[in-house]
Design a protein around this ligand. Structure first.
Ligand SMILES: Nc1ncnc2c1ncn2[C@@H]1O[C@H](COP(=O)(O)OP(=O)(O)OP(=O)(O)O)[C@@H](O)[C@H]1O
Ligand SMILES: [Mg+2]
Length: 270
């Protein structure tokens, strides 16, 4: 199976509200691939279509044109091969952690005894092995995100998508979650596609960083990072990358801002 990409996007475009008064081109003929087991970070200005792309890879939204393939098969809807973790951990508040984590396995018909066993193993992996019977409200934000990761892992996905998973966490917890994610990633062999606004997070985690243009989103630059992990922010190569990425992003944010002002001026004169 080596050489077959886990995800392949070919000239993918997305127009929101295509039949409405103001159709919006969110992504414009975007192409990129994610190899099996690869950790790819998507970086780009707000509104450039990163979440839109994740929804389409997850099969929750359709493309307007172009194709998305996972393991060589066209994506036509959601699949347990492709897990998604949203920015705000979306756990079921009325279920225990064990039941949250194995919810999908229950839908697949797994017995309660086996589910409990799986929940125990996976919660242990994310450092919450003694919390099977707690409910989400009893956890901190970081713990909730770990349960969300555990729930996605329970389905043994080939691809795990994460949309700004740690944005709401404090700096220290965030750093811990990044270490933890790298461990989980190595153990699972899954590909990860993670969206972040943090350049530091991108450099700490990624095998590859895909920088988007401002809307409509296209690939502006695809950067491979060969630095050994854990990566040291004081390393000159790390610093050079940081600088390159801030310049790339600043250009796009400026462009997005100028577009916004032009469109506002246009609306006022209309
Ligand atoms: N369901 C929707 N219906 C209509 N327009 C949408 C929808 N979802 C997103 N959009 C628009 O598509 C564009 C891209 O949105 P998207 O959420 O993908 O951006 P993003 O890159 O994830 O931004 P951010 O970094 O702020 O999360 C935006 O202009 C947004 O307003
Ligand atoms: Mg988003």
């Amino acid at each position: 199976m080596a050489g077959i990409p886990a995800v392949s996007c070919k000239q993918v475009s997305k127009v929101w509200n295509p039949d409405g008064a103001s159709p919006l081109l969110a992504l414009d003929e975007l192409s990129f691939e994610v190899a099996r087991g690869e950790f790819v970070v998507l970086l780009g200005p707000s509104g450039c279509g990163k979440s839109t792309l994740l929804y389409m890879i997850a099969g929750l939204e359709s493309t307007t044109s172009g194709t998305i393939e996972s393991d060589m098969l066209p994506v036509t809807g959601p699949s347990s091969d492709r897990g998604m973790i949203f920015q705000e951990a979306s756990l079921f508040p009325w279920l225990t952690l064990a039941d949250n984590v194995t919810f999908g396995l229950g839908l697949r018909g797994m017995s309660p005894e086996l589910r409990r066993d799986v929940a125990s193993k996976i919660l242990k992996k994310v450092g919450l092995g003694d919390m099977l019977d707690k409910r989400p409200e009893e956890l901190s934000g970081g713990m909730r995100q770990r349960v969300a990761v555990a729930r996605a892992l329970a389905m043994q996905p080939m691809v795990l998508m994460m949309d700004e998973p740690f944005a709401a966490l404090d700096v220290q917890t965030r750093a811990k979650m990044q270490d933890f994610l790298l461990q989980i990633w190595r153990d699972s062999g899954a590909s990860i596609i993670l969206v972040t606004h943090s350049i530091e997070e991108a450099i700490s985690l990624a095998d590859r960083i895909v920088v988007f243009t401002s809307r409509p989103g296209r690939v502006k630059k695809d950067i491979r990072i060969d630095l050994e992990r854990p990566r040291n922010p004081r390393d000159p190569a790390y610093r050079r990358l940081e600088e390159e990425l801030s310049d790339l992003l600043a250009d796009e944010v400026d462009r997005a801002f100028a577009d916004q002002q032009r469109s506002e001026a246009g609306n006022q004169s209309a």
